[in-house]
Write a protein that binds this ligand. Structure first.
Ligand code: NAP
Length: 280
């Protein structure tokens, strides 16, 4: 393949947006697809899939694995992979997550076999929790409010920069040598939520506290904010993976693929604080 047309599903999200930028920097024709993207793509509306995938040589796939209920990631990714191959998409790069065992009763790696058995060249990315949860994701409001209440105990997690994940995805989409690989992607060091809160406190000059809560209390708290019970359990189980140190060993995959070290959390915190994202 020389010049590739690429479709980025989830192209407005934390990694997808950065994959689109990185591909454009490398001069690759790319379109961002999601419910609000340049091209409309909705996992829940198969009528949108054809137009999103047609004409693409490669696709970056961000699924909705964090949706409990009747969402079946494996079946959806399998259907999408089949359609992709039928339409001539030759390379699939699938974003999953680095988890151990079921989360909220779901196997979050279930979609992997779907791309692996699709007949396309495939690469699977399994990152740890992103730094960007603190400045653009689920933890942003809590950081701004000065209190991170989570059932993470004093567990450790080698959080990773979404930009590094996006650069690895870009390499897998454009370059050779990544087909058939499952990449576990972490940052350079594991740390706990208390360490994260302390680093953000130092960088912002505001006191951000980490308050460990029990799994049970956390679920009850979310439900009291009208979060559906199955989703609350799912999120609590996901955080419990940190508490139990299930994915705490850093990997060297980012450095092996990109030829430079993975970004450190301190660097991310300095930048985010300078942008004023945590100012209140
Ligand atoms: N956040 C983390 O720390 C982390 C760590 C490891 C792995 N992951 C994995 O990364 C994936 C994305 O999670 P994220 O939290 O980082 O979210 P995100 O990518 O920042 O946002 C979700 C993306 O998916 C799109 N989307 C949402 N619902 C959709 C639908 N029905 N149809 C089509 N597109 C839809 C959104 O765009 P529109 O709203 O425009 O549709 C957005 O582009 C998940 O599979 C998660 O397991 C996340």
């Amino acid at each position: 393949m020389t010049e590739k047309n690429i479709v980025v599903l989830g192209g407005t999200g934390k990694t997808g947006r950065r994959v689109v930028e990185a591909l454009r920097e490398r001069g690759a024709p790319v379109r961002a697809a999601s419910r609000s993207g340049e091209v409309r793509f909705d996992w829940n509306d198969e009528g949108t899939w054809d137009a999103a995938l047609k004409g693409a040589d490669a696709a970056y796939i961000v699924d909705m694995q964090d949706k409990p209920g009747d969402w079946d990631a494996e079946a959806r990714i399998r259907a999408l992979s089949k359609l992709s191959v039928d339409l001539g998409v030759r390379r699939l790069v699938l974003l999953q997550a680095r988890v151990t065992g079921p989360v909220g009763g779901k196997d979050l790696t279930a979609g992997e076999s779907a791309v692996q058995e699709s007949g396309a060249e495939w690469t699977v990315l399994r990152p740890n929790w992103f730094f960007q949860n603190f400045d653009e994701g689920v933890l942003l409001d809590a950081v701004r409010a000065g209190e991170l209440r989570l059932p993470a105990g004093d567990g450790l997690e080698p959080f990773v920069d979404a930009g590094d994940v996006a650069e690895v995805a870009t390499a897998a989409l454009l370059d050779e040598g990544h087909a058939g690989q499952v990449y576990e992607l972490s940052g350079p060091r594991a740390f706990g939520l208390a360490d994260a809160a302390l680093e953000i406190s130092r960088a912002t000059g505001r006191e951000i506290l980490y308050v460990p809560v029990s799994h049970r209390d956390y679920v009850d708290e979310l439900v009291s904010y009208d979060v559906p019970a199955d989703y609350a359990l799912f999120v609590a189980d996901l955080v419990a993976q940190i508490r139990d140190n299930l994915n705490a060993a850093p990997t060297d995959t980012v450095e092996r693929v990109l030829g430079r070290p993975a970004r450190d959390f301190t660097d991310f915190v300095r930048d985010a604080a300078a942008r004023g994202v945590w100012a209140v």
